[in-house]
Design a protein. Structure first.
Lengths: 114, 472
C-alpha cells in the first residue's frame, strides 16, 4: 500500500471516528473509553507479525512481552467493558410506582435484546 | 521456522478484505455504543472484529515462532481475564489506565523489534517506514509510563497530589527537544542508524512520560487517561503505517478520535485548556489555604434531621462525586433513594461531566447499583430544575458544586460550569470534614444559609438516612 493511500485512509477514519464518537452520550463515556481502549490493543497484530521475524534472545523476549501486553489490553478491555455494559443493560424491574410527577419512562417494552 | 498455517499472503487481497471486515465491526461496535441498551451488543461486535483481525494475522505467511507466540497470548489472556473479573467498579479508572499502559508498551516494543529487523536487512530504511516506527516508539513509551503513573496515583500507590520537581518544565522541554533531535538524527542516517541512539530515545520518552504525569493532581486524571488513550491509539495507527496494515490504521485512528473528543469535552467542562491541565500543576492543595482556615459559621445536621427533610420533600436531587466512589457508597445511596421513592419523593441524580476520576465514572457506579439511567441527569438538564428542587444532597462532591465558580471572578475555578445546588431550597452536604476539595479552595456552599453539613462517611450517612426514613 502506498503512503498516500494510507494517509487517505487515516484522514477518512479520523472523520468517521469524530462523527461516531461524538454521538455517544456522557452516560456511556466510561464504557466507551474502555472499549476504544480495548480496540487499540489491535497493535498486538504487530507483535504477532514481528515475532515471526525474531531470531535472537532479545527479540524473542520483546516479542513475547509485546504480545502478552497486547493480549491483556484486548482481553481485559473487552471483558471489563462487557461487565460494565451488563450493568447498564439490566433493566429495573417494572414495579408499580406511585405516580410521581416525572414517572413517564419511554420504551419500557422490548428492552431485552439479544 | 515452521509455517504451519501460512494461508494468506501479507498485504494480499483476501487478508486486506478480512481486515476491512474487522475494522467495519469496530466502527459498528462504537456506533451501537450510543445507547445503553445496544452498547453491550456493540462491544461484542467490536470484540468479534478483533477476533477476525487476530485470526487473519495468524494465517499470514511468515508468522512463526509459534511456541513463543502462544506463550505471549496465553499469559496476556490469563492476566486480562483475571484482572477484568476481579476489578471493582470503583477501581475502573485505574484499570483503564493500566490497560492503556500495556497497550502503549506493546506499541513501543513492537516498534523497537521492527526497527531491529529493518537494520538487520542492511539496506536504507525508507522514511515512510522509519518515521512511523519512531513516532509509535516515542508515543508508546510516553503512554506506557504516563499510564502507569496515572494508575499509581489512582490506586494510591503514589501521592495523588502534584509531585513537583524544581525546573520541571525546563527538564521536560529539554527531554522533548532531545527526543525530536534524536529522531531527526536517526532519520538522516537512515542507511545505518544507531541502535544505541534508538534505545536512548526510548528511555528519554519513558522519563518524559513519568515527568509529565507526576505533577498532575489526582482529580485531573480523567483528562490524562483519555489523552493517553488518544496517544496510544495514534501510536497504533502509526504502527499500521509502518507495517502496512489497514486494520491498525483505522482502529488506531478511531481510538485517537475518541480520546481527543473526550479530552476536549472534559477540558471544556472544567473551563481549562488541556495545556493548563497538563502543565499548571493545578491543585497544589495543601499550600493554597490550609493554614489560613479561619472557622467560618456553618450549620451541621444529624442523619435523623436529614432523613426528615428528605422524606417530606417532593423532589430530591442527589449530586455524587468522587467521595461516593471512595466510600463505595453507591449501593447505600440507591437504597436510600429507594426508601424516599417509596414515600413518593421524586429522586434524580445530577452528574457533573468531571465528577469522579473518569468521564462517566458516576454513571457506571450508579448503574452498578441498579439506578435506571433515565434518572441520571446531565448538568445542563438539571440546573434549570434546581430552583424547583426541595433538597439537593451532595455526596462526596466538592469543587463541582462551588458557587465561587460562578460568582467570584478571582477564584481559581472561575468560569467552570457547576451543578447549581445552591439554587435548591435546601442543600445537605455529606462530607467527612470542611476540608477544601482538590482545587484547594474553600467551598462557599458549605457556609450558605440553606446549606446543612452532615459530617460522615458517605456510605454510613446514606445507610443511616435510609434507615431513619424507613422508620418515619
Amino acid at each position: 500500500m502506498d503512503l498516500i493511500t494510507e494517509i487517505t485512509i487515516f484522514v477518512l477514519a479520523a472523520f468517521v471516528g469524530f462523527e461516531v464518537i461524538s454521538k455517544v452520550p456522557t452516560t456511556l463515556h466510561t464504557p466507551l473509553m474502555s472499549q476504544t481502549n480495548a480496540i487499540h490493543g489491535i497493535v498486538m497484530l504487530g507483535g504477532l507479525i514481528v515475532i515471526g521475524l525474531a531470531d535472537d534472545g532479545l527479540e524473542y523476549t520483546i516479542g513475547v512481552i509485546a504480545i502478552a501486553f497486547g493480549a491483556i489490553n484486548i482481553v481485559g478491555g473487552f471483558m471489563v467493558t462487557d461487565r460494565m455494559l451488563g450493568m447498564f443493560a439490566r433493566k429495573p424491574k417494572p414495579k408499580p410506582k406511585p405516580d410521581a410527577s416525572s414517572a413517564s419512562r419511554p420504551g419500557a417494552s422490548g428492552s431485552e435484546e439479544g | 521456522m515452521t509455517l504451519p498455517l501460512a494461508l494468506l499472503e501479507p498485504g494480499g487481497n483476501l487478508a486486506t478484505a478480512l481486515y476491512i471486515v474487522s475494522f467495519s465491526l469496530f466502527i459498528l461496535g462504537v456506533r451501537r455504543g450510543t445507547h445503553p441498551t445496544t452498547a453491550k451488543q456493540g462491544n461484542l461486535l467490536a470484540a468479534g472484529g478483533m477476533a477476525i483481525a487476530i485470526v487473519t494475522t495468524l494465517l499470514l505467511d511468515g508468522v512463526g515462532n509459534w511456541g513463543l507466540l502462544i506463550l505471549g497470548l496465553a499469559i496476556g489472556t490469563a492476566v486480562g481475564v483475571v484482572a477484568s473479573m476481579r476489578v471493582q467498579m470503583t477501581a475502573m479508572p485505574q484499570m483503564v489506565a493500566l490497560y492503556n499502559g500495556v497497550g502503549g508498551g506493546a506499541v513501543a516494543l513492537i516498534a523497537w523489534s521492527e526497527f531491529r529487523h529493518e537494520i538487520a536487512l542492511g539496506i536504507e530504511i525508507p522514511l515512510d517506514e522509519l518515521v512511523p516506527i519512531l513516532f509509535s516508539m516515542v508515543i508508546g513509551s510516553v503512554s506506557f509510563w504516563g499510564s502507569n503513573i496515572a494508575f499509581g496515583k489512582l490506586q494510591g500507590l503514589i501521592p495523588g497530589q502534584p509531585v513537583k520537581v524544581p525546573g520541571q518544565q525546563v527538564l521536560n522541554a529539554v527531554l522533548l527537544v532531545g527526543i525530536v533531535v534524536g529522531c531527526v538524527v536517526i532519520g538522516v542516517t537512515n542507511d545505518d542508524p544507531s541502535q544505541g541512539l534508538f534505545i536512548a530515545i526510548l528511555l528519554a520518552a519513558a522519563l518524559l512520560g513519568n515527568l509529565v504525569v507526576l505533577p498532575i493532581g489526582g482529580a485531573d486524571m480523567p483528562v490524562v487517561i483519555s489523552l493517553l488513550n488518544a496517544f496510544t491509539g495514534l501510536a497504533a495507527a502509526a504502527a499500521g503505517f509502518a507495517l502496512d496494515n489497514v486494520a491498525l490504521i483505522v482502529a488506531g485512528t478511531l481510538v485517537g478520535s475518541s480520546g481527543t473528543i473526550l479530552t476536549m469535552e472534559m477540558a471544556t467542562a472544567m473551563n481549562r485548556s488541556v495545556a493548563n491541565i497538563l502543565f499548571a500543576g493545578f491543585g497544589g492543595a495543601p499550600a493554597a489555604g490550609a493554614a489560613s482556615t479561619e472557622e467560618r459559621p456553618h450549620r451541621s445536621i444529624s442523619a435523623q434531621d436529614a432523613a426528615i427533610a428528605l422524606a417530606y420533600a417532593d423532589s430530591v436531587v442527589i449530586v455524587p462525586g468522587y467521595g461516593m466512589a471512595v466510600a463505595q457508597a453507591q449501593h447505600a445511596v440507591k437504597e436510600m433513594a429507594d426508601e424516599l421513592e417509596r414515600r413518593g419523593v421524586t429522586v434524580n441524580y445530577a452528574i457533573h461531566p468531571v465528577a469522579g476520576r473518569m468521564p462517566g465514572h458516576m454513571n457506571v457506579l450508579l448503574a452498578e447499583a441498579d439506578v435506571p439511567y433515565e434518572k441520571l441527569k446531565e448538568m445542563d438538564e438539571i440546573n434549570p430544575e434546581m430552583p424547583r428542587t426541595d433538597v439537593a444532597v451532595v455526596i462526596g462532591a466538592n469543587d463541582v458544586t462551588n458557587p465561587a465558580a460562578k460568582e467570584d471572578p478571582d477564584s481559581p475555578i472561575a468560569g467552570m460550569p457547576i451543578i447549581e445546588v445552591s439554587d435548591a431550597q435546601q442543600v445537605i452536604v455529606i462530607k467527612r470534614s470542611l476540608s477544601p476539595g482538590f482545587a484547594g479552595i474553600d467551598n462557599d456552599l458549605f457556609y450558605r444559609d440553606n446549606t446543612s453539613m452532615l459530617f460522615s462517611d458517605a456510605k454510613a450517612a446514606a445507610q443511616e438516612i435510609g434507615a431513619e426514613v424507613q422508620e418515619l
